[in-house]
Write a protein that binds this ligand. Structure first.
Ligand code: IMP
Length: 429
């Protein structure tokens, strides 16, 4: 009889807001316990900043586990891969003496982001004017669009130069008529083939059937950490559509984006900032000028992928509670708590006012959500620096009250609190 899989090892780190929750730091912190780290969705629109010994690493496609030599890092089939950017990222890591070799695996089924995806992303955004989504212009929407339309080019195609060139030429016919309809300059196959075939050669040693690899790891009871990109409200289904990204960033994306089944996932850690941020357009009921200015003046909240200042606001418990439900969150990680250090009073949204009604849930109609006004509960601030705290007891009483308040509102326990960017500035509860 086969040995039953009894160990509860595999964990998902998922964002509960609009991305940039500090997932990279939590992954990096938990990676010690893991054998493999896996990206399952998104592409180089993601940007995870990790600070180790005051050295800053920004990773877009490579899973954060790469900074630990013994971990296997997997780019799953649900990711859209920009080969040129991936080569640059690997090169930058190697220049910084980070080991990148057989510890990195790229799915042969992942779809490739090509220059026309980026071009169409930009042309569409420009054409939309003030209705734009505010994308990262990394070609994410058009690449996932091609995948859904069944005209995408996959990594396995890219690995075969002749097949790649042929598919590219076929695809460019339709793409170029679209490009021209937006007034853009058509793209030729020649300008793409050479750099992409070169990148393909560079990436070839890393390309694998990651479904088989992941199942092997699972069978051997290896501990797998799934690294979410973006956040719940950027999910193509569960987010504030159309102001979303084009993948399933939430828990469901883990299974379609890796080929592992739901029973291979044992724990979900939801990551959220102690306040809320968003980049790009779209509704954000608790957005607040004062807190935006405060955080920006501290040099905080500038996007790691685009450098754009993020929009900032109070913590929205209605939103986070919804994300806890959608993802089946078992534990919460609260990040950037020190961002609130100087405040006298701290507000938390506990409901919305909409046309004389009180809503206790996130409306699915984005046009309704745009008109929602937050109802706040207030907490007393702690008004002192907490970045030096290393335990629950070392946190001021008002900080503890704030955290307990969030737990009550979200009906989930907090297990990790981050009080600064460094690895050691993390409290385990
Ligand atoms: P796209 O993913 O580039 O198509 O952008 C769609 C929306 O998702 C825009 O509002 C982006 O600002 C947002 N977005 C995409 N990736 C991230 C991320 O890693 N953090 C925060 N927002 C993101």
């Amino acid at each position: 009889m086969k040995k039953a899989r009894t160990q509860k090892l595999n964990t998902l780190i998922v964002g509960l807001q609009w991305g940039d929750e500090g997932k990279g730091k939590i992954v990096d912190f938990l990676v010690k316990e893991a054998d493999a780290v896996v990206r399952y969705a998104g592409g180089s629109n993601a940007g995870h900043t990790i600070i180790v010994n005051s050295q800053k690493f920004v990773l877009h496609l490579v899973p954060s586990g790469i900074l630990h030599k013994s971990k296997i890092c997997i780019i799953g089939n649900g990711v859209v891969v920009d080969p040129i950017e991936l080569v640059q990222e690997i090169e930058a890591l190697k220049r910084n003496n980070v080991y990148v070799s057989e510890n990195l695996a790229i799915s042969d089924m992942a779809h490739v982001v090509l220059p026309y995806h980026k071009l169409l992303d930009a042309l569409r955004e420009n054409a939309k004017g003030d209705k734009k989504i505010g994308t990262t212009r990394r070609g994410i929407g058009p690449a996932y669009g091609d995948k859904a339309e069944r005209v995408g080019i996959r990594i396995c195609d890219l690995m075969d130069p002749d097949r790649f060139t042929q598919k590219l030429k076929e695809r460019l016919q339709e793409v170029n008529s679209l490009v021209q309809s937006f007034g853009g300059v058509p793209i030729t196959a020649d300008e793409i083939v050479e750099p992409y075939v070169k990148a393909a050669k560079y990436l070839q040693p890393y390309v694998r059937n990651t479904v088989v690899l992941l199942h092997e790891l699972w069978r051997k009871n290896k501990r797998i950490l799934f690294e979410g990109a973006q956040g719940t409200f950027l999910d193509i289904d569960h987010g504030t559509y159309p102001y979303v990204t084009s993948s399933n960033t939430t828990v469901g994306g883990v299974f379609t984006g890796t080929g592992l089944p739901p029973k291979a996932l044992h724990r979900v850690i939801g990551v959220m900032k102690a306040y809320t941020t968003r980049v790009g357009e779209g509704p954000f009921p608790t957005e607040n000028r004062e807190i935006s200015d405060l955080l920006h003046s501290l040099g905080r909240e500038f996007g790691s992928t685009t450098g754009r200042p993020r929009r900032c606001g109070w913590f929205d418990a209605v939103l986070a509670r919804h994300a806890v439900a959608v993802n089946g969150v078992n534990e919460l990680a609260v990040t950037n708590l020190d961002g609130l250090d100087t405040l006298e009073r701290i507000k938390v949204c506990v409901g919305y006012k909409y046309e004389g009604q009180i809503l206790r849930f996130v409306p699915s109609d984005t046009e309704v959500f745009k008109k929602c006004e937050p109802i706040y509960k207030e907490f007393a601030g702690w008004k002192c620096g907490i970045s030096g705290a290393r335990s629950w007891k070392e946190l001021p009483i008002n900080t503890r009250r704030y955290l307990r308040g969030l737990e009550e509102l979200l009906e989930a326990p907090i297990s990790i609190v981050s009080v600064g960017p460094e690895r050691h500035q993390t409290i385990l509860l």
